[in-house]
Unconditional design. Sequence first.
Length: 295
Amino acid sequence: ELGWPESVPYLERPPSPLEFYREWVSPNKPCIIRNAISHWPALKKWTSAYLREVVGPKVVSVAVTPNGYADAVFQDRFVMPEERQMPFMDFLDIVEKKVTSPNVFYVQKQCSNLTEEFPELICDVQPDIPWMSEALGKKPDAVNFWLGESAAVTSLHKDHYENLYCVVSGEKYFLLHPPSDRPFIPYELYQPATYHVSEDGSFEIVDEKAAEKVPWIPLDPLKPDLEQYPEYAQAKPLQCTVKAGEMLYLPSLWFHHVQQSHGCIAVNYWYDMEYDIKYSYYQLLDCLTKTVKML
């Protein structure tokens, strides 16, 4: 039961709450669910013209980086993006290449940005996924809206959430590692820093001096440096593509690295995980991994 499949399985319909909890949440296994959001108006309505009309001049939070990597290790720092406030229509001009920029723009602010910054769009999706809410006995902690350029990459990390990731248009490309791969995945502590734009338009990296160091994964799973991190050769990543109209169930504590097609739009639901025996096992594995490296 501790073995993982070589590919992410598909479900052709959304499951019942009991079935989903028993077959997927409890054993902590990912799957891609078809026909779970086919009734969403967003699948047809969320064109660029519609988003301009509905959100348009509203000022929203946009992550801006020089290289597409936000919240990632760069120059021995954990570097967070510049969080720029800008009219949504100006952001769409950049995504549609009506305006050129040397930088990479991504609407990726979490903390439930769909409900906080884009409430006009909630009626086109759902405030929660009913069968998931019933399975877990709770509502999502956050509902997030994602839209960005293909150069925007999410570095390898894990979350303490049960994640339902729904692609509205375009495609998302996930590289996944189960929690059991933790001994092969390097973690190091990094000084947190943030990208700031200088007067000449270039980026500088400014340390967050009062902040504590952040544990993060320095390895790029697409181009792993096996000389520096030889243990990673023993890891077994899964790769999958989530297409428009599909939903990925990404279990808590699974490591994931994410890319996307240009202009991909997605909505995800974060449900807080249960801090049960699975979490205890992961904590044990994490502590053992750290102890072995100290020997």
